[in-house]
Design a binder for this molecule. Structure first.
Ligand code: ZN
Length: 189
């Protein structure tokens, strides 16, 4: 089997911490028609991403479920990952639509990772490009983004409360998972 990208990315093994946003008890935003929550969608997505990583790749993914939001950064830092992607969905008024990715404003490496994650999500879901968002202190996700030592982003590929965004995400789910897996294996930071 031919692995064209492998030649250009020959490097030591890499370790990605893949955080599933929210928790079973507090599952985040929910789609009112379908009932699916951020936690449910992203638990499935994380599992599918891990299954899509090629057996031959030297990539390790740790799926991280939060115990508490406060304790989450320390848990991730203890894993000493090379980089970190936190899986979320956006939600607003059931009609807002599109893809965005958040990073901590002063981290150049996180910004680079955010741009790659954003591109992958846009290419997979073909929703409106809302861009990468620089988060400052007290901004959404700042505690996590600021406290994790490795480059870290929060992915929000679609609005889960928007029925047509959710339909698109469900229809293109496998593509999204495979594309994230590919990015995790080959992204250079
Ligand atoms: Zn969320």
């Amino acid at each position: 089997m031919n692995h064209p990208l492998r030649q250009t990315s020959r490097q030591a093994s890499r370790h990605c911490a893949l955080i599933v946003g929210h928790s079973k008890e507090r599952p985040g935003a929910t789609n009112l028609s379908d009932g699916i929550s951020e936690f449910q969608f992203n638990s499935r997505l994380a599992k599918s991403i891990v299954e899509s990583v090629q057996a031959c790749s030297e990539t390790r993914i740790s799926i991280v479920f939060r115990k508490t939001y406060r304790a989450l950064p320390a848990e991730v830092n203890a894993l000493t990952p090379d980089f970190c992607i936190s899986l979320h969905c956006n939600a607003f008024d059931t009609t807002a639509s599109g893809t965005q990715t958040l990073y901590y404003h002063s981290s150049v490496e996180s910004k680079g990772l955010a741009e790659r994650v954003q591109q992958v999500a846009i290419d997979s879901l073909v929703l409106r490009d809302r861009g990468v968002i620089a988060v400052r202190d007290n901004g959404r996700g700042a505690h996590l983004l600021r406290s994790i030592i490795a480059p870290c982003v929060i992915a929000e590929p679609f609005f889960i409360d928007n029925d047509s965004d959710l339909k698109q995400a469900n229809e293109r789910f496998e593509d999204l998972a495979r594309s994230f897996a590919r990015l995790i294996q080959y992204v250079s930071l």
